[in-house]
Design a protein around this ligand. Structure first.
Ligand code: GLY
Length: 359
């Protein structure tokens, strides 16, 4: 098992990466000195596969777990579902020392984390991410929240988990489309922080696509190390943490304007990162060869790198971009790359240039 520490003073926590970790969930939680009562929040797909093992492990370590299952899909990331979770927590009498286990992908982690951040003004929670995307990104760093009609993640809180348990066995049964979608966040870490990782990803893509255990473990742990390093320096996104949003300005707008669910998050930010690489070439001098390497890696993984839009769809996409949380003073700000492994945040980009790279 690999152990990565997120360094946040008295809110520091461990990310544990390895095979066979779900049956150890109870034993790992027992080391955190939490209350006995807890709620495992999961969704209707993940629950079928993993809830029984999670509940069994918790009960074997002396916890009294209750199961809360929400419908699978991005639509569950909303205030109405948050309220239903509060009602169930209250019905099962969860108290201040009780805790929540978020068992699932990014939607469950963000939703359950937000419920934990706000129920009784905050109770502890543990992340057990079951998708690649959640293991390398959304379960780490304490961003929790839900969507509004007006945009993605517009309501939320920075609220750190007590532990993140990444069981690599969960990835074995992940549908191919979802696994590949997660690779878009993996590739992001190479582009924003680690040119050596990017080159390794280029070399090892066939092994990654085969989900080879050792390659996956090393890559996931490295992504978590990078995220922990960034979050440890800038927990609440005063500056540096914005680099984790590379490709997300366009990506979030694609998700929002096409109706959540048409594109998976990783697919939308794949198009967003390739567009950001092209903008980086035009505005920050990213070598054209490096912009091409970026596009090639995403394409070879089977991710979309382009989007076809008619005039009405383009208008909708730009309207969504203007609602992004990264807009400040009415200006859309981008994270752009100077070179692979080094990016700058807060970059102004003229709208016509965005149109050009999306065309
Ligand atoms: N997913 C971006 C962040 O955690 O800051």
């Amino acid at each position: 098992m690999r152990n990565v520490q997120v360094p946040l003073g008295n809110r520091s926590y461990a990310i544990k990466v390895g095979g066979g970790l779900l049956p150890r969930l109870g034993a790992e939680c027992a080391q955190l000195q939490l209350g006995q009562r807890c709620a495992v929040i999961t969704d209707s797909n993940v629950g079928k596969k993993f809830a029984k093992a999670a509940l069994k492990s918790m009960a074997a370590s002396g916890f009294q777990p209750v199961l809360i299952t929400v419908p699978a899909g991005e639509k569950s990331k909303c205030m109405a579902v948050v309220e239903k979770c509060y009602d169930q927590l209250a019905a099962h009498r969860l108290e201040r020392k009780s805790f929540i286990v978020a068992l699932g992908g990014g939607v469950v982690g963000d939703l359950a984390g937000f419920v934990a951040a706000t129920y009784l003004r905050g109770i502890p929670f543990v992340q057990v991410p079951t998708t690649l995307l959640a293991q390398v990104d959304s379960s780490v760093g304490g961003k929790t929240g839900v969507n509004l009609k007006a945009g993605k993640n517009l309501v939320g809180a920075f609220y750190q988990p007590q532990m993140v348990l990444c069981d690599l066995d969960a990835l074995k049964t992940l549908p191919k489309r979802e696994f590949i979608s997660g690779l878009a966040e993996v590739f992001k870490y190479g582009i924003i922080y680690d040119a050596i990782l990017f080159a390794q990803l280029e070399r090892n893509l066939p092994k990654l696509l085969k989900r080879e255990a050792e390659t996956l473990a090393a890559v996931i742990a490295r992504c978590c190390e990078i995220k922990a390093d960034v979050v440890g320096q800038d927990e609440t996104e005063g500056g540096l943490r914005a680099i984790l949003n590379f490709g997300h300005t366009i990506g979030h707008a694609i998700e929002n304007s096409s109706g959540y669910g048409k594109y998976l998050h990783g697919e939308a930010i794949s198009i967003g990162q390739v567009a950001a690489a092209k903008l980086s070439h035009k505005l920050l001098g990213l070598l054209s060869g490096d912009a091409e390497r970026i596009e090639k890696l995403f394409a070879q993984a089977g991710l979309p790198v382009k989007i076809k839009l008619n005039a009405a769809q383009r208008k909708k996409l730009f309207a969504a971009m203007k609602l992004d949380k990264k807009v400040s003073g009415g200006e859309i700000k981008f994270v752009l790359a100077e070179k692979i492994g080094k990016v700058c945040w807060g970059q102004k980009v003229p709208s016509d240039l965005i149109e050009q790279v999306l065309a």
